[in-house]
Design a protein around this ligand. Structure first.
Ligand code: WTA
Length: 660
């Protein structure tokens, strides 16, 4: 693995130079600091006694039995947090707020894409989750069973997740933009017994079928006993009697009363699949007490959230970890009032997000850099038409945010008054790890600043030695944290190999990201150092797309790279050799792009497909993606001396530059 540099990290060299000479800082205003949840002594308290600090944070939750030990790291890298403690995650996110007299507070202002909306109070949420839990129990599901959730952003998706949590069922949410094949492999890996889905979903103003993909997937997954279907779009569906059930038939008539059972702090809460460096997605496993503690802790401090006052909006989809931790678990544990929006940001017009901010007086807004860059492209005059004065904290997640986008966000969305929290974390970390604390940290445009109190993160060189100010290398986590993954579902060896072998001697968790300290010691994330691409904040592995391409009858070989892209961060560029040495015929690029969409999902469609006669390989047969990235980014091709055949790059370059 090459040491990270600007190019290897997927950011263009120039952007990186700009990043590292960034000198603007934005200290918190006195006014903000005065009311902030975070105070400057937090970090000190955490470092004085980490375990006591985390125990204090776990006190944000209601436990039915106390833990005997904060952390058991004796079986590292498998952690146990709050050992012996018991709680019910759904009770913590729902019932206790009703019990404490906040049943009338709106939990979710749900906004449908076609313009329908629902206000769901905590009392409503308790009833809905109770009914759904009774329904799932009536289907014979018991604690420990796995349930796949393949749904658009409708309230029933959240009810489903919470009903699973309430019963101790382990949910596996699969992004509804993924293909039938992606759903099938995830159901199979987790041996799920139930899929919850919808007839269809609204996408860019039109209903699109969804259950058809489930039908295709479950035809090959014998573990599935039932398919539970919410009617959302009134799309015609095929029906398998005995297996398929309408939500309104099974759930609506249930009692709203459901007594929550307590589960062990380490009881599995969910599996969420994410891309790694091989073709097979990893089922990241999270458990209950530690996960919820850190989700709640970070949501409270990083967003400066005030229950009953703020209106919070995280624009993620529940198909990603951000939706799990910062739509469902963190905010609801903290009794947030939040906006949940079903649709796309430009349906029916490009001001939709700002219209929603204005309508609900959103005060905390959390989104991704790719969307901010899209808003920039659409123009500052669009947000300017709306009243955004309710906003007070802005967040960013998913990929490095470039300083230009940060400054635009600050000025055109935040009115130059809102702190911006750039939050670094991963599916594996479960919750935010590196971010400024609003009210305490002076922010720099483009930097995630530093690890949160209680978190141990550092930048190390090849041999695991911490680099100093101005130095760069690999980001590692050097202390266990409560919401850390507890493994990869069914694959202990892959868990050890992927995260714990690179710096085994030091016992560090290897995040797979390159990072640098600036001269003040602030952390700058530089992108992935492995074969994982980041397209619009979504993780996609090069191997995954390559496997999809070679599964097409016309493709003999394929190599995929992530090339820097002004809007999506990285764009997927594929180099393919066609069977029988064919060069090009028909609309092969379109055919292959559609094939990848079918195999993985539209988010994995290559931006560009180049048909080539050869691929650059080392003598041991490894594809040199670095050289292909040079071609994809229109740069002078780098050092070719380690190629088995050094003329290959000439062959590739001479046949190209026609685009596709
Ligand atoms: C990248 C998303 C820079 C990083 C929560 C990480 C970021 C991967 C940031 C995890 C950020 C996430 N700055 N890079 N603020 N946040 N990343 O699992 O490469 O979908 O390893 O989790 O996204 O992506 P995942």
């Amino acid at each position: 693995m090459a040491p990270p540099s600007g190019n290897d990290a997927g950011q263009s060299g120039n952007a990186l130079d700009n990043l590292l000479t960034e000198s603007r800082t934005f200290p918190p205003s006195a006014e903000f600091a005065e009311q902030a949840n975070a105070t400057s002594d937090l970090a000190e308290r955490a470092s004085a006694d980490r375990e006591a600090f985390w125990a204090e944070q776990a006190g944000r939750l209601s436990w039915t039995s106390d833990w005997d030990q904060v952390l058991d790291w004796s079986a590292a890298p498998f952690a146990k947090w709050f050992v012996g403690g018991k709680l019910n995650v759904a009770y913590n996110c729902v019932d206790r707020h009703v019990d404490s007299g906040h049943g009338d507070q709106v939990a979710i202002h749900w906004e449908g894409e076609p313009g329908d909306s629902r206000a769901i109070t905590y009392a409503d949420l308790k009833d809905e989750v109770g009914k759904a839990a009774n329904a799932l129990a009536s289907l014979g599901l018991t604690a420990g069973d796995r349930v796949a959730i393949y749904m658009p952003m409708i309230p029933e998706a959240i009810y489903s997740m919470l009903a699973c949590a309430r019963l101790g069922l382990t949910h596996s949410v699969v992004f509804a933009g993924f293909s039938a094949e992606a759903l099938r492999s995830r159901i199979e890996d987790a041996e799920a017994k139930l899929v919850i889905t919808t007839d269809g979903q609204f996408r860019r103003g039109k209903p699109a079928p969804l259950k058809t993909a489930v039908d295709e997937a479950v035809a090959q997954t014998p573990t599935i006993q039932n398919v539970l279907v919410v009617k959302r779009t009134d799309t015609d569906v095929e029906w398998t009697e005995g297996r398929d059930l309408w939500w309104h038939d099974v759930v609506d008539g249930q009692s709203t009363e459901h007594t929550p059972e307590s589960f062990d702090s380490e009881h599995p809460l969910f599996i969420l699949y994410t891309s790694g460096t091989t073709g097979k997605p990893k089922g990241i496993l999270h458990t209950s007490g530690g996960y919820l503690t850190q989700a709640a802790y970070t949501h409270h401090y990083v967003f400066d959230h005030k229950a009953g006052e703020d209106v919070y909006w995280c624009t993620a989809d529940i198909g990603w970890v951000t939706g799990h931790s910062y739509i469902v678990y963190g905010p609801l544990a903290n009794r947030a009032t939040q906006v949940v929006y079903e649709g796309t940001p430009n349906t029916p017009h490009e001001g939709r997000h700002w219209e929603i901010v204005q309508k609900y007086k959103v005060s905390i807004y959390y989104t991704a850099p790719t969307l901010i860059r899209t808003f920039m492209k659409w123009g500052a005059d669009i947000p300017a038409k709306y009243d955004l004065s309710s906003l007070r904290v802005l967040g960013s997640v998913g990929e490095p945010i470039n300083p230009e986008a940060w400054m635009w966000y600050r000025e055109h969305v935040g009115g130059n008054r809102c702190p911006i929290v750039d939050t670094w974390w991963q599916t594996e970390t479960g919750a935010i790890m590196i971010a400024p604390l609003p009210g305490v940290t002076a922010c720099k445009p483009g930097s995630a600043m530093g690890p949160l109190p209680g978190i141990g993160a550092k930048v190390v060189d090849e041999s695991g030695v911490a680099v100093g100010k101005g130095g760069g290398g690999y980001l590692v986590l050097d202390q266990p944290w409560p919401s850390m993954l507890r493994g990869i579902w069914g694959d202990e060896e892959r868990f050890r190999d992927t995260y714990w072998s690179r710096f085994a001697e030091q016992g560090f968790y290897f995040a797979g990201d390159g990072a640098k300290y600036d001269s003040d010691g602030a952390v700058w994330l530089l992108g992935r150092v492995d074969d994982v691409m980041n397209v619009s904040g979504h993780r996609i592995s090069t191997t995954e797309v390559e496997s999809a391409l070679v599964s097409h009858a016309k493709v003999a070989e394929a190599a995929v790279v992530g090339a820097s892209d002004p809007t999506t961060g990285q764009g997927i560029v594929a180099f393919v050799i066609l069977r029988g040495g064919a060069t090009e015929g028909g609309d092969i690029a379109k055919e292959l792009r559609d094939h990848v969409a079918k195999e993985i999902g539209p988010i994995a469609k290559p931006r560009q497909i180049m048909v080539v006669p050869e691929l650059p390989k080392t003598r041991s047969g490894k594809i040199m993606r670095r050289l292909l990235r040079d071609v994809a980014e229109n740069r002078q091709v780098g050092d070719v001396t380690t190629l088995a055949d050094s003329t290959v790059m000439d062959l590739i370059s001479s046949g190209l530059n026609r685009g596709s």
